[in-house]
Write a protein that binds this ligand. Structure first.
Ligand code: MG
Length: 388
């Protein structure tokens, strides 16, 4: 890797996007051996944030998906080329941070790997929905997938302790904070509102993933993500609740040794790991104060109350386009919850009902995946209209 790494960020206005720019800003200010040049930024329609970011970081290219806002960006940023397609920003970069929310992030994942670049993947939905299409692209020369998701970033680090992970890994243990509703019963959760579900106890994240954390759908999707990333069979992927969010995940090996990765719950740490990989860079964030942490607790997840976790395993084991269906159903259901159209408990009801109507389809091409996503969304809207 060159000493200046060129970074493109798709979805730069969101939580991961802005925290990526925090990492770049701080690393460059430290004047270490590694510096970062932001060469491209992309947003959907958050152009005010984009313009402010571009004035600070001076990228060559910005992407604005919203056609109604593109002209004003071109006027505000005369030093930038303004493009429509977020996936067009990948070719200028050494590493592409995919921080787009949801299935919309798929083109960036595909194009980055096709171009033989390093993909710092915060958009788990693209890998989950399109695993069969994404997997072959990982062997494109130069292509590398480094997960930014904290648990998978942890496993990525733990597995560097293994020479032959395919035969040495006994199990992967994903940790879950349990979210804001840990310890609550289904009855107690019948009437929880959006604000309560958005009040995550340990992590600062965007609204979609924060709701997913409250239902444990995030962990269910992460089980599929771990399977796709590391090729570990589902029966060897476990979930344990760990309220302190300091152990980010663990790999247990055949000899009974477990390697865990620990750090403060700060997304800037996995972002920094993915930007610098395979090296490690100094970042000024999140040193652990052991005496302050005090203790580390672990519990079994409450699968009866948080039904989305089992749905993740079910969709993963079904394979093919089933994960695409679950991920699409969940996106539509979470939007409906955030808009006040369904209750929190109905997110799991919706995902379950849609998965029960799952119809296997071919999944050999990107178009197959897009069709599966569209079909699942249509089924989800039918299910939601039945709830109303
Ligand atoms: Mg995670």
């Amino acid at each position: 890797m060159p000493s200046t790494i060129r970074v493109a960020i798709a979805g730069s206005s969101g939580s991961i996007g802005t925290q990526t720019l925090d990492v770049v800003r701080e690393c460059n200010a430290q004047a270490g051996t590694q510096t970062y040049e932001v060469v491209a930024l992309g947003v959907g329609s958050s152009v005010d944030a984009l313009v402010a970011q571009a004035r600070e970081f001076r990228p060559k290219v910005v992407a604005v998906a919203d056609p109604a806002r593109r002209a004003e960006v071109a006027t505000a940023l005369p030093f930038c080329e303004v493009v429509a397609d977020m996936a067009d920003i990948v070719v200028t970069a050494d590493v592409v941070v995919n921080a787009v929310v949801g299935f919309a992030g798929l083109p960036v994942t595909i194009r980055t790997l096709q171009a033989g670049r390093r993909l710092a993947l915060a958009n788990k939905e693209s890998l989950i929905a399109a695993g069969p299409v994404v997997q072959p692209l990982r062997s494109v020369p130069g292509a590398e997938l480094v997960p930014v998701d904290s648990e998978h970033c942890a496993l990525h680090q733990c597995l560097r302790a293994s020479v032959h992970p395919d035969r040495e890994v006994a199990r992967l243990v994903l940790t879950a904070s349990g979210g804001p509703f840990r310890g609550r019963t289904a009855t107690e959760l019948a009437d929880v509102g959006v604000e309560q579900a958005l009040a995550h106890p340990t992590w600062k994240m965007g609204p979609k993933i924060t709701i997913d954390s409250s239902t444990l759908m995030n962990k269910g999707l992460e089980v599929i993500e771990a399977h796709e990333l590391f090729h570990t069979p589902y029966e060897r992927i476990e979930v344990v609740v760990h309220p302190q969010s300091v152990v980010h995940s663990m790999a247990e090996f055949a000899d009974g040794s477990t390697i865990a990765q620990l750090s403060m719950p700060d997304m800037r740490l996995p972002i920094g790991y993915a930007l610098a990989f395979p090296e490690r860079i100094g970042v000024p964030f999140g040193r652990i104060d052991w005496a302050q942490v005090g203790r580390l607790d672990f519990q079994r997840p409450d699968a009866a109350t948080f039904r989305c976790l089992a749905l993740g395993y079910a969709a993963g084991r079904a394979g093919g386009t089933a994960p695409a269906w679950l991920s699409a159903a969940n996106e539509v259901a979470v939007d409906a919850f955030l808009e006040g159209r369904i209750r929190w408990t109905q997110i799991a009801d919706t995902n379950d009902a849609v998965l029960q109507r799952f119809t296997p389809r071919p999944c050999a091409t990107v178009d197959d995946i897009i069709a599966a996503d569209a079909e699942a969304r249509a089924v989800t809207r039918e299910v939601l209209s039945a709830w109303a």
